[in-house]
Design a protein around this ligand. Structure first.
Ligand SMILES: [Zn+2]
Length: 95
């Protein structure tokens, strides 16, 4: 059993769950602010970003990460494992 940090979402996880089953990390969606800018354009901003002058906060939305890591297994046409679905920014072994 090893502990990892996902370099896309910075989540930390172990590759084996307490019940003994394998765990395959997939980055959760990122929560962002949905805002209407002064020119009436609607866009999303990271949570830590201050609202631009004249912008209106419309709410929070879940948005898929652009460089998502998904360790679930991709299969070849013959059913053999071809690797993980998407590597994202990678992972770092931390324990
Ligand atoms: Zn992740």
């Amino acid at each position: 059993m090893s502990r990892f940090r996902c370099l896309t979402c910075l989540g930390e996880y172990e590759d084996v769950l307490p019940d003994g089953n394998l765990y395959f990390h997939a980055c959760p969606p990122a929560t962002k602010k949905q805002v209407k800018l002064l020119d009436q354009t609607i866009t999303t901003l990271p949570l830590a970003t201050a609202l631009p002058v004249g912008a209106t906060l419309l709410g929070l939305v879940a948005e898929e990460r652009a460089n998502k890591r998904d360790e679930n297994i991709k299969l070849n046409p013959d059913g053999t494992a071809a690797g993980i679905l998407t590597p994202g920014a990678g992972q770092l072994k931390i324990g």
